[in-house]
Design a protein around this ligand. Sequence first.
Ligand SMILES: [Zn+2]
Ligand SMILES: [Zn+2]
Length: 405
Amino acid sequence: MEIKILKGAEEIGGNCIQISLGDQSIFLDAGIPLSEIENSNPELIDFESIKKDTNILAIFLSHAHADHYGSLKNVSNIPIYMGEPSLNILKTVQLFYDKGINLENVKTFKDKEEIKCGPFTVIPYLIDHSVYDAHAFYITDGNKSIFYTADIRFTGRKRYMTKNLYKELPKIDVLLAEGTNIASSDDKRMNEEDLIPEMVDFIKGTEGLSLIAFSSINIDRLVTAYKAALKAGREILTDLYTLEILRNINNENIPNGTWDKVHLFLNYSQKSKVKKDKLFDILEPYRKHRIYHDDVKGNPQKYVLFYKGSYQSILEENHLFDKSSLIYSMWRGYFEKDKIQKSIKTYNIPYKFIHISGHTSKKDLEEFINHINPEVIIPVHTANPEEFESFEKVKILKNGEVMEV
Ligand SMILES: [Zn+2]
Ligand SMILES: [Zn+2]
């Protein structure tokens, strides 16, 4: 087999890895780099020209983050494999934000299902990451084997799954390992559940509405925020998009809009979207628990709002930023650029950064590598591939460089 990293060898995200044998290829992910996600016209992987050189059998999508799927926008006539919840997440993203992918050619897989694809066998493994339904992939041609971690962590609610993964894996020749956090020190080692008491304390110290900002598809964090809110004696207000994500992932153990203390609090942009696209049906399951701004205005201390920028005007008009507080529960890089900065200054909102990363620390990665003992390690999804040199048997590939397995 041959491995070629088209993108993601020298940057965070944008992963697209070609595995070929003769004139046949499969691709692992097809994203756009994190640095280009805000760009309205990012450079996408051009699968139409790649088709001239190789027969593309399939693209395997590890999870529903745009730095892994963003380049799939204009792909046609290529089967795209992903988990069923990921497909449902992307359908919801498509409905609300229209920036997903062409989903016509999607085939879904289950955890550990063997997929035969030309000369390749691919096995997806469900892993722990900051999005629901993330997978790593094992690929073999019957002779050699490759394992692609995709984005992985050992500190979330599925950490035991990831920690014990090595016990299930066959012999690995080449490990494609993510290195987002490879250059950061992990002095403060925390698991997802450790965020709950910190959040509870902060919410309890808030007189008005409590705001928590996080990604709607980071279901681990949503559960953390939900538990913290209830422990602090409050109920949840959230938007229609988040409730639809929760309905579509269809897991009865995860909070959703039919639970007593979870309420729809519609913001203006979603209200007009419902009207414009006649989406009245999707409001139906949430009608019983819907909360209007007058209710919140009267009792802001009763609620935790899962905050999005789209709430800005409704909060301002109803003076709900007064005595509010904000927990920022996403990557610090987003916080620095977030529009919420302006409101923080204007309304003097107290805030706290309560977050752990969706990516492995160097120490956890090292432990995983020691267990699976691959012949070669290739860094991906990292701005610091040279940091891998402290491991043995590392081969640093540049974007576009080919390695024979
Ligand atoms: Zn990523
Ligand atoms: Zn990711």
